[in-house]
Design a binder for this molecule. Sequence first.
Ligand SMILES: NC(=O)c1ccc[n+]([C@@H]2O[C@H](COP(=O)([O-])OP(=O)(O)OC[C@H]3O[C@@H](n4cnc5c(N)ncnc54)[C@H](O)[C@@H]3O)[C@@H](O)[C@H]2O)c1
Length: 447
Amino acid sequence: MAQNNHNNSVTLSKIKNRTAKVGIIGLGYVGLPLALAFSEKFQVLGYDADPKKRKMLRQGRSYIDDVPSSELKKKLGTNLKVIEKDSQLRECDCIIICVPTPLDERGNPDLSYVQHSADLVKKVVRKGMLVVLESTSYPGTTDEFLGKAIKDAGFKPGKDVALAFSPERVDPGNKKYNIRNTPKVVGGEDAQSAELATALYSSIVEAGVVVMPDCASAEAVKILENIFRGVNIALINEMALIFERMGIDTWQVVKAASTKPFGFMAHYPGPGVGGHCIPLDPLYMSYRAKQYGFVPRFIELSHEVNEFMKNHTVNLTMAALKKAGVPADKATVAVMGLSYKKDISDTRESPAAGIIEELTKRVKRVIVHDPKASAIKTHVGVVKSVPMRSAMDQADCLVFVTDHSEFAALTPKGLRGKRVKAVVDTRNLFSREAVEHVGLVYKGIGK
Ligand SMILES: NC(=O)c1ccc[n+]([C@@H]2O[C@H](COP(=O)([O-])OP(=O)(O)OC[C@H]3O[C@@H](n4cnc5c(N)ncnc54)[C@H](O)[C@@H]3O)[C@@H](O)[C@H]2O)c1
């Protein structure tokens, strides 16, 4: 490892003796849990650009499922401070950036949030600081945006200001894996940057830190992980479309294939992918690959297949209504589940939005219910959740989009509302036989 220069060694010893101050930019799904985790060991200054979020946090009100307000209040009383002025970040020894990396209207990477954070870094950076990007993006982003900001501030990235990328691997709602027991990947601008970032994360990650040769390789790790998931989900979605036509139950097939102790990893079909990662991150790589003259096929095809599953859900709904003898122009359809994933309230990029938009064009009325999310933004406006009983009493057809525990607990008899005649099950929540046994039409993805 290279000889530490004076500034880096001061920061390193501050990290080691826990006197370093850690700043977090962006207090969302990634930044807020991270701020809480670091506040176990360090003084933490958290900054979010959204004044409403800052206000809520300062009042001890959490808006993230995995962060209980009680936990937040406890940390606010000790090591965690939510700051109003971004210039206060100048006091920090380490700054970690956790801002969104969405797509723009044309489906290209929108790195404006990273750019704003880089502008902020340029304003507050000083010699000896460690700057880490956690937001997911294509390989090259850390150097392109933060390396440049550090240079523009008159410093040399690595030598004067340590710079690293460390992808976030948080899996919202996962009760088993969290920041502490998931290995952390780190890539630095140089060996000293990697050493500082490793020391910092080792203080909260018990599962160890995996060091990559540079920032771009660490960025590549995260993008590969998400592409791997997107491609495999698309593959199983395609198999589900085939098996459905053949009368084969995909869910049983996956279960049996999973008994092979090596070489197979279970993925499940569904109404499409959602959240801030799987639907977006692969397109970051695709965009970057094209800049290098390579047109990726797997990545884009997977995106198309996963997107198609929303249409497929709508097609199954129309077929279910027809089979149940309910004319579409008289039908009320209840979309059950708005969030993209079981037992969480996050509706970002949820397939429910596209399904609601398309169904709105095809049936008389669409109502929605979600036990966790109160509403969803769609192109047809914000659609608010109604109580479960009300949804089930008004609907001719129930379309289960999310496998929330509340839905899994329903019995086939419990599916019968005042007028329910059909059920569309995109998550294998119910058995076809049991639902048909109580006199309802059943259509399920992949069976
Ligand atoms: N959500 C996940 O499960 C997850 C998992 C792994 C990686 N990631 C990645 O982490 C990054 C953050 O995702 P997230 O889910 O936490 O997003 P988020 O939208 O929940 O949180 C980002 C926060 O940053 C704030 N912000 C935006 N610009 C800012 C600025 N210039 N200064 C200060 N605050 C600013 C926003 O107000 C928001 O509160 C993304 O790149 C995402 O791809 C997310």
